[in-house]
Design a protein around this ligand. Structure first.
Ligand code: FEO
Length: 413
């Protein structure tokens, strides 16, 4: 891609990356990911965010600089809002070809610049409210938003254009499809962004939801015309839409989420699966929307997004050698890790020569703020009575979930 103008002398210079690699070494990105970076030209030249050497991104970034006639040794400032190496992996090399550039980040960011890249000199630490005058009317102002995503995170606001360079906040997985801008995104592509944004949020940001809410509140007095995150779309027509989306996601772990049920199941010999059939019948009888995922067949990244947005969560798996079926135990640990709170939850499953899955379920459910229905466990195969009970309990959960108001509003962009 070529540089794309956001405002006079402000351009997108990032890269869209398709790679076999997993994001953070964990999360699949079959649709790739956009590494957004930006160049601002005043009398001084500042680059906001970088890329990493990943799927040709570093070369694209350098070509974009060249297209704007920016020689690396003429870069005055490298603004690092967030030090995670998806954005900063190119720092060491860029600094070696842009020796005059001063790195600008928070105090905690400075420590990480040293930690990751061994760079100590020409690093400027800034804090909330500090300004950097680039000349020709371009002034940057910095605001710390700790833990959106890492503790060192800040955002950068360009005062003349009113663009907020937001780092991970308001980001998404997925490369740009046809345009980097919200208002050039067709109706056909919007579900793609909604889905990749939610999955990105659930995988990367969910644990820090209280900090997302705090950050949005702390920036509420800024006059923001455009939100330019480090991943996903640039929101120049409807920045308010992405703010509302992120607030909705952040509130999914502060209260019960959407009136849907996420069913996650695994079965060794078909006995737990028999109960699954009854449970699904119970949910269906109430007409509640359900998303059904099998472990270990489906990647946890997708199941996590589904569980995160659903008010109901049903976990079905057997005991495996004194404890919970391992892929489900891994998934439940992920739910803990990502603070997937406030769900109406049922566990069901088969055991044979010993129990153990229920004990693990109870332990892994501690401190999750879940409303837990009494588990349904059975030795070997479920009896007719147990199957009827499974259907009736699932029906009850579906009824409760139906009463929860949807947080999804029509959001035009
Ligand atoms: Fe896009 Fe937390 O890095």
């Amino acid at each position: 891609m070529v540089p794309i103008k956001l405002a006079k002398d402000i351009h997108w210079i990032g890269a869209n990356v398709h790679t076999e690699d997993l994001f953070e070494g964990i999360w699949p990105i079959p649709n790739g990911v956009a590494l957004n970076a930006y160049a601002i030209k005043g009398e001084k030249v500042a680059i906001v965010e970088l890329v990493r050497e990943w799927g040709g991104a570093a070369l694209t970034f350098l070509e974009n600089l060249k297209s704007l006639s920016i020689e690396p040794n003429k870069i005055d400032y490298i603004i690092l809002n967030h030090l995670e190496p998806d954005h900063t992996g190119f720092t060491y090399i860029l600094r070696s070809i842009a020796p005059n550039a001063e790195i600008v980040t928070t105090q905690k960011g400075s420590d990480l610049v040293d930690g990751f890249y061994g760079i100590k000199d020409k690093v400027m630490s800034v804090k909330t409210g500090d300004e950097l005058d680039l000349g020709k009317g371009k002034t940057l102002q910095f605001f710390e938003i700790p833990h959106v995503h890492w503790p060192e995170t800040m955002v950068t606001y360009e005062k003349e254009s009113k663009i907020l360079f937001a780092g991970d906040a308001f980001g998404a997985f997925g490369v740009h499809r046809g345009s980097i801008f919200d208002d050039e995104t067709s109706e056909v592509v919007k579900p793609y962004w909604e889905s990749e944004m939610l999955r990105y949020y659930a995988n990367i940001i969910a644990m820090f939801s209280p900090n997302v809410i705090k950050a949005i509140n702390s920036l509420s007095d800024l006059d923001i015309k455009t939100i330019a995150p480090s991943h996903g779309l640039v929101w120049r027509s409807s920045p308010d839409v992405v703010v509302r989306k992120y607030l909705r996601y952040a509130n999914y772990n502060q209260d019960f989420a959407e009136p849907e049920i996420c069913v996650v199941w695994g079965s060794m010999y078909g006995n737990t699966e028999k109960m699954l059939t009854s449970v699904l019948r119970g949910i269906a009888s109430e007409g509640v929307s359900m998303n059904v995922h099998r472990v270990p067949h489906e990647d946890p990244s997708y199941i996590l997004a589904s569980a995160y947005k659903s008010a109901g969560l049903i976990i079905g798996c057997p005991t495996y050698e004194y404890s919970m079926f391992p892929p489900m135990k891994n998934f439940m640990e992920l739910l803990q890790k990502k603070h997937v709170y406030y769900k109406k939850v049922l566990y069901f499953g088969s055991f044979g020569w010993s129990g153990g899955a229920q004990r693990d379920f109870e332990k892994l459910s501690e401190n999750m703020k879940w409303d837990i229905i009494e588990p349904i466990t059975f030795k070997g195969h479920p009896t007719k009575e147990e199957l009827e009970k499974g259907e009736s309990v699932a029906k009850d959960i579906a009824r409760q979930v139906k009463e929860i108001p949807s947080k999804i509003k029509d959001e035009e962009y």
